[in-house]
Design a protein around this ligand. Sequence first.
Ligand code: ADP
Ligand code: TMP
Ligand code: MG
Ligand code: ZN
Length: 230
Amino acid sequence: MAVPKEKRNHVENLRGKDGKLRVIDASMYSGKTERLITMAKRFERSGIPTQAFKHPIDNRYNGPTTLNSHSGLSHPCEAYAHPFEVYQHIKPETLVVLWDEAQFYTDPDDPHKAHQLHQAMILTVEQLVHEGRLVVIAGLGLDFKGEGFGPMPELLAHASQVEKLTAVCAHCGSLDADRTQRLIDGQPAPYNSPLIVVGAQENYEARCRDCHDVPGAPSFHDLLASFLEE
Ligand code: ADP
Ligand code: TMP
Ligand code: MG
Ligand code: ZN
């Protein structure tokens, strides 16, 4: 996208600054995608060359060529399943990289491939930042089990800025929902169900820490008891 003449100084100022990694980490329904869409529209209005990306497994709502929020907002994006493909498609003039669904750059069935993907994600993001770009990543820090999801914990550790959002707990109504509850036929999904299941209202709710329920999850008291028995 050509930068209008009158915006050039502003863009040059941005390029002059060090690159930055911002990570938006939150449960489902907390407004991560809305936030990226708002940023994309603002940067574009301001003449700052921006590209938006996500993982193509996210085929909800309008499919993989747009960022789609649960509230019906959308914005064009490119979808690639490997972080290096994202890097290959970065335009030289791009100053802002908005990247959604970061938790999916993993492999639930192969720890070695998962490690390679997480490493590729970190190296790609670090390279983009090193080149002086603002990189904004959004994703689920925690999976339905309440455990670190894909490369998100490592991305959070590399971030220059972290933004935590919350949703409304679908169980008790509190404003502090920072977990995602997976439901199977309306019941809490067990700990051993698969890591990746794309979905929305039909199988996921936002819940607070107290209302989050994972049958079969390792329990503090059970593990403490066996530790004390040893
Ligand atoms: P995320 O990408 O974090 O899943 P989105 O940006 O796609 O979230 O959607 C946020 C929108 O979801 C809210 O503005 C609201 O309209 C809707 N929403 C649905 N359920 C909830 C909830 N439990 N708490 C807050 N917002 C919700
Ligand atoms: P969202 O945060 O934009 O709403 O999208 C999160 C996506 O992640 C959604 O498709 C459901 C999926 N998901 C999993 O695959 N496994 C999980 O453990 C959780 C919590 C979500
Ligand atoms: Mg989203
Ligand atoms: Zn609650």
